[in-house]
Design a protein around this ligand. Structure first.
Ligand code: URA
Length: 425
């Protein structure tokens, strides 16, 4: 059977169902360039509106997985496990979590992505370290897993369909779609060859899903996809109404992850790191190891340094900081109220931490530092946020995004659980 892009787009645009063969064709043809970006953009937008049913999602994911190689580390002699987040604001968890789990005895092949929409990407963060490269060949990933126990690398070679779709979604406002998120996450996670998978599915204003119900649906869909491909998968639903930690932006977040690896850091970042590590270790069959101890005794930090050095990074070079800074001060005294994750994420994006054209570089030193967390006392006139960028013209738009995204009140905001739920098959 022959296919053409306009017919496939029209079928989905009009609410029809894509056949297995049409899905296989369109993913393969887009990956090798026979379907153009503008055609795939139209199809993605149709999927944002019309969705994919369970059967279509399973096939779409399988077709993305089949676009590249699937790694196999079953001969490595240690359990392999990985984690993936559906994307958040200030979500630097992977940076400390990967070496932490490696320090506890599991190998972690972490195929990562770049920033997506208002959410940050692990690769953009790590590339703010001088010399760091995320471009590892598959044999090099294997060598590094054997020597260091962990590798964080661009997924491109493994799920090339996702690499192209991910970059296109980022700049065509087609990120926020349950089947597109589920297939993107699971195609690269299944391809990377981890024996088990823990997902951090975000819930709240800064998440890519619009409601808690949608986050739950996304978690269930991904857990099901993992099981269907023989990879034990579970998910935590975690709060993303507020940014995680006290920094949003690439280099700023690396610095905060280093604090966590040194046994400190903001309590929410440290708590989620340890909890996800415990889930990963349990799923890997070594649940008796204590991740909190590996943070305290420095073994996780040692592993992070080894990982960065193995990928060419030089931690002795100071992390970049945006050349221009502007501070937002408290309009009154009181208690810091809620801080809206979406407002801070968009502010960081406007400052240059994310991209608006495919393939454009991000500013490693751009971002937002949060000086007062929700519930902390605030004195009138004291700094609440510092905004950093290399391009001063961007400060105005970023300040406008932040406006209305926080409050100083007389009473503390409602406390929110960081871990909302746990979804297992
Ligand atoms: N993470 C991914 O890898 N893909 C998405 O679509 C969202 C988060």
């Amino acid at each position: 059977m022959t296919f053409d892009a306009p017919t496939v787009i029209r079928t989905k645009r009009d609410g029809g169902r894509l056949s297995d063969a049409a899905i296989d064709w369109v993913i393969a043809a887009y990956t090798d360039g026979r379907v153009a970006d503008e055609q795939m953009s139209a199809l993605l937008m149709a999927i944002v509106w019309r969705g994919l049913d369970r059967g279509e999602l399973a096939r779409w994911t399988a077709a993305m997985l089949a676009s590249g190689e699937r790694l196999d580390f079953s001969d490595l002699g240690v359990p392999t496990v990985d984690k993936h987040s559906t994307g958040g604001v200030g979500d630097k968890i992977t940076l400390a979590l990967v070496p932490l789990v490696a320090a506890c005895g599991a190998a972690v092949p972490q195929a990562s992505g770049r920033g997506l929409g208002h959410t940050g990407g692990t690769l953009d963060k790590l590339e703010s370290i001088a010399g760091f490269t995320a471009r590892l060949s598959n044999p090099r990933v294997r060598d590094q897993l054997r020597d260091v126990g962990a590798a964080i690398f661009a997924a491109g070679e493994l799920a090339p369909a996702d690499a192209k779709l991910y970059a296109l979604r980022d700049v065509t406002a087609t990120v926020e779609s349950l089947p597109l998120i589920a297939s993107s996450v699971m195609s690269k996670k299944l391809a990377e060859g981890a024996g088990a998978l823990v997902l951090d599915v975000k819930v709240g204003s800064g998440a890519l899903t619009a409601s808690e119900a949608q986050s739950r649906e996304l978690a269930h869909a991904m857990v099901e996809l993992g099981a269907a491909h023989g990879v034990p998968t579970r998910a935590l639903l975690t709060d993303m109404n507020r940014p995680l930690g006290a920094t949003v932006g690439n280099a700023l977040e690396v610095a905060e992850a280093l604090e966590v690896l040194a046994g400190g850091g903001p309590p929410d970042v440290a708590e989620l790191t340890v909890r996800l590590a415990a889930e990963m270790l349990e799923l890997a069959g070594i649940g008796d190891r204590d991740p909190a101890r590996a943070l305290r005794d420095g073994t996780a930090m040692d592993r992070f340094r080894q990982l960065i050095a193995a990928q060419g990074g030089d931690l002795s070079v100071p992390l970049p900081v945006g050349a221009c800074a502007e501070t937002v001060t408290a309009p009154r005294g009181g208690t810091m109220g809620d801080i809206d994750a979406m407002a801070v994420g968009l502010a960081a994006w406007r400052l240059g931490a994310g991209r608006s054209r495919p393939g454009h570089p991000v500013q490693p030193g751009a971002g937002v530092r949060i000086h007062r967390r929700p519930g902390e006392p605030v004195a009138a006139g004291e700094p609440l946020f510092t905004l950093y960028t290399d391009i001063p013209e961007r400060l105005g738009a970023a300040m406008a995004e932040l406006d209305g995204g926080f409050s100083v009140a007389d009473t503390p905001p409602l406390s929110r659980p960081l871990i909302v739920d746990r979804i297992a098959p």
